[in-house]
Design a binder for this molecule. Structure first.
Ligand SMILES: Nc1ncnc2c1ncn2[C@@H]1O[C@H](COP(=O)(O)OP(=O)(O)O)[C@@H](O)[C@H]1O
Ligand SMILES: [Mg+2]
Length: 454
């Protein structure tokens, strides 16, 4: 998967914050501020830190002043490596690196093109920053996030919320407290049942929620707590991962609430494939096929990859649909009772969105192939029969009666061959049969006459 990293984090300080030490975003640098000398570790004043001279970047310091992370506008591998090796030489590195490696390995076991997601999640967990993963559906965003988080946090600390159109504020805050409403006539919520009470939150289809929900969410993220009338509840959430198929540059069009909210997600990654060629789908199939039930694929895997790539010309088939396609053909072969997938199993691709016409073509192609195979079978039967007749003709030599009988059989067979249904490409063989049969019928009649004494 190729991704556009809108922001990256490079850290000179890599050891995990100990005790109560927390990373803190102290400023957003850049804008109109003029670059100034790098501040000393004691210059923790936000304004001062804002003039570090890193344009359009966030500067994060841990409270013990052991270093800083920059969330910048472009990844800088060289700098990251340097930072890492510095930290290693100080004997501090290890935990984050291990965490990243662990996420990376877990994702690579199940997904292709997962490194960037592993990296951005590791960075977010480390720096306590929110992420926005965006891009077309079916590219593994949700599943990779779930898998990655499962590597680093307990399930009880993860909250997954789907922000569809039906989403409302009450749901966001854990549901309405009906008793309070009934007894005291006040609007209260159950934030202990909401994302606020978990360290990690995943917001699916974040920007599909109504503007009122996005606005309420933005206010809470800004305040760091829920404030609703008399109710106040602290936000425990360290990292929120927003998932959306909307392009952040278009999110402002959804309204000011969405535009303001997006700024709370400084780490952004577009998840997509730069190309959707047969080779790309092959890579995907090689990774996922062994874990899918059903028959084996062998050569059909390449055929399927070609078909999927071709069907997606103009509007690419998502990896999700490609994996469905793979599962369907494996299952189809299993239903046939075969351990290997054959081309006929591809016909069931008609059940997959976007592949219907492809399956119809395969079906038509297969019908022709079956017809050809049946015609081939009929021709072979006829050719075998001709051999038997030829043998009878040889055996009849010298016997006018047997020769006449043979001649009759050849003539009857000639009619049979004339009515033989064959497909294009097999007509020459049929003509050859007819010619030989006619020739032998005439020969048998001639021999019968020659052997008859008058
Ligand atoms: N990079 C990938 N590697 C392996 N499988 C993938 C990949 N991307 C998508 N898939 C398949 O697509 C399915 C759906 O992915 P999902 O996480 O729902 O996508 P998204 O959240 O981007 O819409 C996954 O279960 C997986 O089978
Ligand atoms: Mg999803």
């Amino acid at each position: 998967m190729s991704m556009v990293v809108k922001y990256s984090v490079t850290c000179s300080y890599l050891a995990p914050p100990k005790g109560n030490a927390r990373y803190k975003v102290v400023s957003r640098a850049g804008g109109k501020q003029s670059p100034r000398k790098r501040p000393t570790p004691h210059e923790t004043d936000d304004q001062d830190m804002g003039r570090v001279g890193v344009r359009d970047s966030w500067v994060i310091r841990d409270q013990q002043d052991r270093g800083e992370c920059r969330v910048g506008s472009a990844p800088n591998e060289a700098e990251a490596k340097r930072s890492n090796s510095n930290a290693h030489s100080r004997g501090e590195a290890g935990e984050e690196d291990k965490m990243y490696q662990k996420i990376k390995a877990a994702l690579a076991a199940k997904f292709v093109r997962s490194d960037e997601i592993a990296r951005i999640i590791a960075l977010a967990v480390m720096a306590g920053k929110n992420i926005l993963l965006w891009g077309p559906g079916g590219h593994g965003k949700s599943e990779m996030v779930a898998e990655a988080l499962a590597q680093v946090v307990a399930e009880a600390e993860i909250f997954v919320q789907s922000f569809g159109e039906g989403m409302d504020e009450a749901t966001l805050w854990g549901g309405l407290d009906f008793r309070a409403l009934e007894d005291e006539k006040v609007l209260r919520y159950h934030p202990e049942n909401s994302f606020l009470n978990r360290q990690f939150a995943v917001f699916e289809e974040l920007f599909d929620a109504p503007a009122s929900v996005l606005l309420a969410l933005k206010d809470t993220l800004t305040a760091g707590k829920l404030r609703k009338g008399s109710q106040s509840y602290p936000m425990k959430t360290k990292v929120i991962i927003g998932v959306t198929n909307r392009d952040p540059s278009e999110i402002a069009d959804l309204g000011p609430a969405a535009a303001a909210l997006i700024e709370r997600f400084p780490l952004q990654l577009k998840v997509f494939w730069p190309s959707y060629k047969a080779a790309d789908y092959m890579e995907l199939f090689r990774k996922v096929a062994p874990r899918l039930p059903g028959a084996d694929l062998n050569g059909t895997q390449a055929v399927l990859a070609e078909l999927v790539a071709k069907a997606g010309e103009g509007s690419p088939i998502s990896p999700r649909s490609a994996v469905y396609a793979l599962g369907v053909v494996k299952a189809a072969a299993a239903i046939r009772g075969d351990r290997m997938v054959h081309k006929e199993d591809l016909v069931d691709l008609r059940f997959i969105d976007g592949l219907e016409s492809l399956a119809a073509n395969i079906k038509a192609e297969l019908d022709v192939a079956y017809e050809r195979a049946a015609a081939e079978g009929r021709l072979q039967d006829a050719e075998r029969k001709l051999h038997v007749l030829l043998a009878e003709l040889t055996a009849a030599s010298g016997s006018p009666i047997k020769l006449l009988q043979a001649a009759r059989r050849f003539l009857a067979f000639q009619d049979e061959v004339a009515n033989l249904k064959v497909t294009d490409g097999l007509t020459d063989r049929r003509k050859n049969l007819r010619d030989v049969t006619a020739e032998k019928a005439a020969e048998a009649q001639r021999l019968a006459l020659e052997n008859t004494r008058i």
